[in-house]
Design a protein around this ligand. Structure first.
Ligand code: HEM
Length: 218
């Protein structure tokens, strides 16, 4: 992964092309899983499967889309896992949360590339992704599971929807934060860059390390 850096146009590279590609692999596959999963979950929502090509197509493609999603999340772990670890600075940030909620970013302690909220989201998707994978494989190959191991089926039918519901909560918060709440963030997963002011406002320690790095090179 290339180190985030200052771009010639004075902006800051937040996500490399590779990171954005992986992110959208997760995003697109997740939306497909969400829609087809909801269609199987409730008869009231079955029309979604009909709109997406029918029940047979949706139920055949759902597990494959699940594998794409998990692959993307595993790649995210390789790219960002080290930067998502808890640090002593996170505690101060979490304690100052009321300022964050009131949009008083200037009163927040500075954070590195990812704030604790983003870290919680990441680990939530990671652990729920693993549970969805395990339970999903059992549901995919149910017929191959002998009756003596039927507890695996009980595990899967409970864990799969519970983990999915947890990710839906994370997903709603994430999309709201990334589009409506934090202006300028969405461009970072599309074009890859953010303004210096955005980087300084939301991730001051990260911004300072980039500026320090680039002046050290001069
Ligand atoms: C499909 C709708 C989605 C939208 C509009 C969206 C939007 C965004 C935005 C704007 C950022 C940059 C935030 C920043 O750097 O401040 C971001 C980062 C990220 N996204 Fe998404 N995303 C979507 C789906 C997903 C899904 C399904 C996952 C599940 C793995 C995901 C995981 C992440 C992670 C781990 C990051 C980096 C940390 C963070 O900002 O939370 N995104 N996304």
């Amino acid at each position: 992964m290339s180190t985030p850096h200052l771009l010639p146009n004075g902006r800051v590279l937040r996500y490399s092309f590779h990171e954005r590609l992986v992110h959208w692999m997760a995003g697109i596959s997740y939306v497909y899983l969400l829609l087809t999963g909801l269609a199987f979950w409730s008869p009231w929502l079955f029309w979604i499967a009909a709109a997406l090509g029918g029940a047979a197509v949706s139920s055949q493609l759902h597990p494959w889309a699940g594998l794409v999603f998990v692959l993307a999340v595993v790649r995210m772990y390789q790219l960002w896992g080290a930067q998502m670890k808890k640090t002593p600075a996170d505690k101060a940030w979490l304690e100052a949360m009321p300022h964050y909620v009131r949009n008083e970013d200037e009163s927040m302690p500075s954070v590195d590339r990812f704030n604790p909220g983003q870290k919680i989201l990441f680990w939530g998707f990671w652990w729920c992704g693993l549970l969805l994978l395990l339970s999903g494989i059992i549901l995919w190959f149910t017929d191959a599971i002998p009756w003596s191991l039927r507890f695996l089926r009980y595990f899967a039918v409970i864990v799969h929807p519970v983990a999915a519901l947890l990710t839906i909560g994370l997903f709603i918060i994430h999309v709201y934060m990334g589009t409506a709440a934090e202006r300028g963030a969405f461009g970072s997963v599309v074009r890859g860059d953010v303004s210096r002011a955005w980087a300084k406002r939301h991730h001051q320690s990260w911004y300072e390390s980039i500026v320090g790095e680039s002046s050290a090179k001069k």
